[in-house]
Structure formats: C-alpha cells, structure tokens
Write a new protein. Sequence first.
Length: 201
Amino acid sequence: MPPVQVRSPPVAHTPVNEIVAARRPRRADARRNYDALLLAAREAFAAHGADASLEDIARRAGVGIGTLYRNFPSRTELFEAVYADEVDALCRVADEVAEEPPWQALTTWLRRFVDYMATKRAIREAMDTQSAVFTSCRASMYEAGAPLLARAQTAGEARTDMTFDDLIRMVAGITGATYPEPDQRDHILKIALDGVRTHRT
C-alpha cells in the first residue's frame, strides 16, 4: 500500500478551543447571553447571509442591541466568534467519532462538515482569510479531520492517492453548489464518497 498522504496547514497557531474559551464570559448570566447571541447569529447568517441585521440577531437571542455590542463591538468580531464556535464544534465531533469504525468515523465527520459549510459560506467573504482567527480555525480543523482520513486509508477503506486537503475541497465544492432539490446534494455527495472508498471484493 502506498504511504498515506496527509497534508495540513502549518501548526504554529492558537488551537480553536483556546480561542473559543478565551472569548466566552465567565459569569453564568453573561455566558447565557453570549451563547444565545452566537446561536441567533449562526441562524441569521445561514438564512440571510453576512448582511443579516444585528438588531434581528439581538431580537432572536432575546437581548437588547446593547448586549450584542458589549459582547461583539464590531460585526467582524461577531463573524469570527461564530466561525470559531462552528470549527470548535467540528473538532469535538472528530474526538467523539475517533473510536468508531474508520469509514463510519470519517463519513460521520464529513456530514457534520457539510452542515458547518452552510454557516461558513455566509461569513467567509466578510472575513479576513489572513486573520489569526481564520488561519487558526483552518489549522485546527485540518488537525482534527486529517487523522480520520489517515485511519481509513491505513485500514484499506479509503484510497491512498489523495490528501485530506483534496477531500475537503471535493466535499466543499459539492456542498457549495446550487441544487433544485436538497436531496440531490446528498445523492451527489454519496456518489463522490463512493469514489473515495476502497471497495473490497
């Protein structure tokens, strides 16, 4: 079997879980407001794009606009917080599925990645892709997901002539396309993943 290929961004970064922990308030009531704002912002950005109304986000979260600005003084900081929170959740999924059978673990994580892409599409254009938060999030995501592909490759369940970067770009391309019916995206993703899997006879 050819050597497993794993290529990821440079590792000199702040792990995304540390970014998320550093930004969350310590007081319980403040944390509740913060978490409610993140959830509301995630839903608003997915539904209306990066130009979603901040007033609407505050209303969805059940807080005043002043509370939103105390937590996120700028729209950019809100984008970064939502993005980091999504990536942190994605990284936790990688830990949760690590003991599952190799192919199942990889595909479970990839389907969570598809969900994450819905929020990412909405805010990526508005973010500075060279910012420390963005690059740290990307590095953390690769470090979480790449071992799942490597494990499937080592087990002989995934082709070895591809890198994790190849896989992510393929899935992101499928997810980012427009489909007349939502089920078509899932069908095409299944076809693509069938091409990644090594089928034994």
